[in-house]
Design a protein around this ligand. Structure first.
Ligand code: HEM
Length: 148
């Protein structure tokens, strides 16, 4: 299946193009920047920092931006993955990165499901800390892809 993915016409074109892969990698970095730039502010506010900002206003403004960043990072990430799918799947860093993205997604989904149900302060702190730690780890592991 992944060998077939690597040999799809648009994937072969992506691999052969001098410009396409760098542009997709640039989009991946933009997605990561939008995602982490937004979610870090939300998480720091949940941790009780940035007290000058209204917690709900921060969530309303930045969570949709973080979701757009996630979608851009995920879509461009798939295009970075496709030309060498089997090679990336053999990388423990790549598999760990996908696992951490799943856990970060579950953490965000659980938090937003509980939000408005009178979630206690302690749970907000745990959710914010977990989110911050997970995305920092994903970015580190993503960077490590180039090294092994
Ligand atoms: C959605 C959250 C994601 C984050 C925060 C993230 C983060 C990163 C980071 C920091 C890098 C290193 C960039 C560089 O140094 O140029 C990277 C590279 C990469 N990512 Fe992601 N990534 C995400 C999603 C994905 C997904 C869903 C896939 C694949 C299905 C993916 C595939 C890749 C690949 C293949 C590379 C290596 C590209 C290269 O060697 O130039 N990423 N990612």
């Amino acid at each position: 299946m992944f060998a077939a993915l690597e040999n799809l016409d648009f994937v072969v074109a992506l691999r052969r193009s001098a410009w396409a892969y760098p542009i997709v990698s640039w989009l991946h970095l933009l997605g990561i920047g939008l995602l982490f730039g937004s979610i870090a502010i939300v998480d720091l506010r949940l941790l009780g920092l940035l007290r000058g900002l209204d917690k709900d206003a921060v969530r309303r403004a930045l969570v949709p931006l973080a979701l757009r960043g996630f979608c851009l990072a995920a879509a461009s990430g798939f295009l970075l993955f496709a030309p060498a799918a089997r090679e990336y799947l053999a990388s423990p860093f790549f598999r760990l990165k996908l696992l951490l993205i799943l856990v970060a997604g579950a953490n965000a989904a659980l938090f937003h499901a509980l939000h408005g149900t009178g979630i206690r302060r302690a749970a907000e702190t745990v959710g914010g800390l977990a989110s911050l730690g997970l995305w920092l780890s994903i970015i580190f592991v993503g960077r490590m892809l180039a090294f092994g």
